[in-house]
Each structure stands twice: as C-alpha cells, then as structure tokens.
Design a protein around this ligand. Sequence first.
Ligand code: S3P
Length: 433
Amino acid sequence: MDSKIIRPATKALRGEIVIPGDKSVSHRAVMFSALGTTPVHITNFLPSADCLSTVGVMRALGAKVDILGDTELVVQGNGLHGLQEPETVLDAGNSGTTLRLMMGMLAPQRFMSVFTGDSSLHKRPMGRVINPLRKMGANIFARGENTKLPIAIIPPKEPLQGFTYDMPVASAQVKSAVLLAGLFARGNTTVVEPYPSRNHTELMLEAFGVNLEYDGNSITVEPPETMTAPEELVVPGDISSAAFWMVAASIIPGSELLLKNVGVNDTRTGIIDVMKAMGADVAMLNKRKSGGEPVADIRVRHARLHGTSFGADIIPRLVDEIPVIAVAAMFAEGDTIITGAGELRVKETDRLEAICAQFGKLGGVIDGQEDGLVIHGGSVPVNGECFSHDDHRMAMSLAIAGMAGAGVTIVNPDCIAISYPGFYDELDNLLNK
Ligand code: S3P
C-alpha cells in the first residue's frame, strides 16, 4: 500500500481492545529460550516483523522454533553453550532490539557471525554496544569506525572479562547487551544505569534461573552454569501499542475504551503518569501477574487535557510513546514541554524532526529543540498528507492525530507491521462500530 486514508471519527470510540503481545518481551522470550535445553511454550507472542527478525536469527543459530499459531511458538535451544555458527549473514531487519541484544549474546561465542539490517538500522548508532563489549575483550568490527552496520563478530582470543559499565545513555538495549555478554564472561558483570529503563531482560533471566544482584541503579549478573528454561512464557500485552488507544480515547469526545491485558511493569508506565498529569481519565483495573510481569486492563475515558512538562528522568519509561504523547499535547490546552529526549533522534527515524515536520501539516504548532519539543496545545486540526518516515510509531501516531482531527493521508503506512500488524483493522473496527 502506498498510502492510507484515515477519516476523522464522527462519533465516540467505545468498546474493548485486546492489546497484542509486548514486542520487547517477545524478542527476549525467543532469544533466552534458545539458551535452554527444554522446549518453551511461548503464548501471546507478537507476530510482528521485528519479532520475526529475532526468530530468523535464532533459527540461523541452531535454535528450533516451531510456529504453532499466530501468537504461539515452541522454542527449543541447545543449551547455554549450544549456539551454532550461522551459515548466512544474520539479518536484523528494522529491529534495534534484535541487533543490539544479539551482539551481546554473540560477542563471547567461539564462532564468527556477521550482521546486516534494513536502511534505517544501518543509520543507527551501534558504538554504544560495541564499545562496552570491546572493553570486555570482544572482537567486533563495524563500518564507520566501529559504529554502524554491517558488523562482524570474530571469536575472542580469551573468554570475555566481566567488568563494571557506567552507561552514558539510559538504554535497555545497551544494558541487555552487556548483561547477556556477562552470562558467558569470566567473573561478574555490572551495569550502572543513569535512569531506570525497562527491566524485561532482568526479569526473564531470573525466570531462567540466573542470579542477578541489584544495588540502587546497578545490576550485576553472575555467569550461570546453565539456563533452566521454564515450560511456559506468557507475553503480556504491549503498553506501547495500548498508548495509541489511550490517547485516542482521551481526545475524542465521549469516548470510553477498555484496553485488555496490558503489561504495566513500572519501567514502562511513564505514559500513564504523563497522561494523568495532563488530566486524562485513565484507570488500571484488575491488576494481576502474568508470566512474571504485572498486567492490568486499562480504562480510558475522554477528558479535557492540559499541557505538562517532563524530562530525562522519565524518558526511558515512555521513550517509544513520545510521538503519540505529542498528539495528545496538540489537542490539550496550553503548552507541553519535553526535555532530555535526545534519544529520539536515533530511533527508527529522527522522531523529533519527524514529529515537527509531519504533525505541522495536520495543524500542530511544535517547536523542535536539540533534545526535546515544545508543543503548543489547542491547535486547529487540518487535513494533510503526511509521510510516515517508514517508522511504525510515526505512522500510528499520525493515524490517531488524523482520526481525532480532520483526517490524514499517510504515505508509506505499512511500516506499522513492525510492531502492531493489526493496528489499521482495529482502527477501522472502532470507526465503524
Ligand atoms: C527496547 C528498548 C528501547 C525501545 C525499543 C525497545 C528494548 O530502546 O526504544 O523500542 O526492547 O529493550 P533503547 O534501549 O535504545 O532506549
């Protein structure tokens, strides 16, 4: 599809949406299961392009992955030291998570591997993972003075050496890469985070019997003898996908949506904190545990939103939600000021630039800053043709802005398949109810 027309909602959004599986947890479920020796039954897996990149990579490394249904897999590995040399170049596609986490897992191995990916991934910074892994003794070579794809990992002469890494960026991907390398290192490996980022790696490693120690902002992994795979891993719904509906229901008058089975791990709920600070009517109902992660049903009702300010300390807890928070801010009263968000410049696209360029065509009045945005609320919506920048979260945020405003034509809309393949169907269902 070259473009997708989203019409303005003519009535309130009502009903229930079952939120598909979490992207971060789905990746990790497949990767870590490949380090066990017994089959792991993964349910509510997210069958999106990014997670399927991970499936392809793990199969190339010798893991057995049986796809039982759309959201159900069985993964069987060959043990902690059982990954096999891939016969082909490993393709991470658009997925930073696949590439960065797997660099950590492969840097210590006694075989060679080579990574590629799509044009977006070729532009993204990989030095942030390569540098700490090299400090551990890894032999990694990459284009652009060891910063960019393609990347070659050569077996290290000696086993990697555990160390303490003070992370300059708050990034769950960097943290995870170093911890995964630490599984195979000599001695313990510690990462120190500037601010807490998503902790799905830590929770799932513990579910596989790995011993982790926490001290303030630092996490230490002790290299295990083996990984003990659980029989079942249940993936919670993705709060980053729920975020689009949270904002839509908040800004379209009369709406009330119940978003079912959403993962509400504290390291991911920054969107709820910010929406509440803007005056949103968001409630977590039926809070429970599922597969070691907290989940809830989230009820969202329309409310009059006002501007807010937030900065670096909360960014890792809502890093992927900033495009859709910008949509909420356009429809709010007063200004919303976002600082400390320079990481958005190195996502699937430069999201700060994309937000300013594209939302402006829909009536948004937004000032881009080096590391943030000032979004002037109360904008008058206009219909426009906007480019997705081939970025899934930009495409979905544009769809919400168009649906709540005067409509939008999204150019290159299919990139939503990276994280939420059913998004447009869900949107059509809501509009036609
Ligand atoms: C992810 C971490 C975040 C996030 C990405 C998924 C993960 O990236 O933006 O979509 O699964 O660990 P950073 O670690 O680069 O912030």
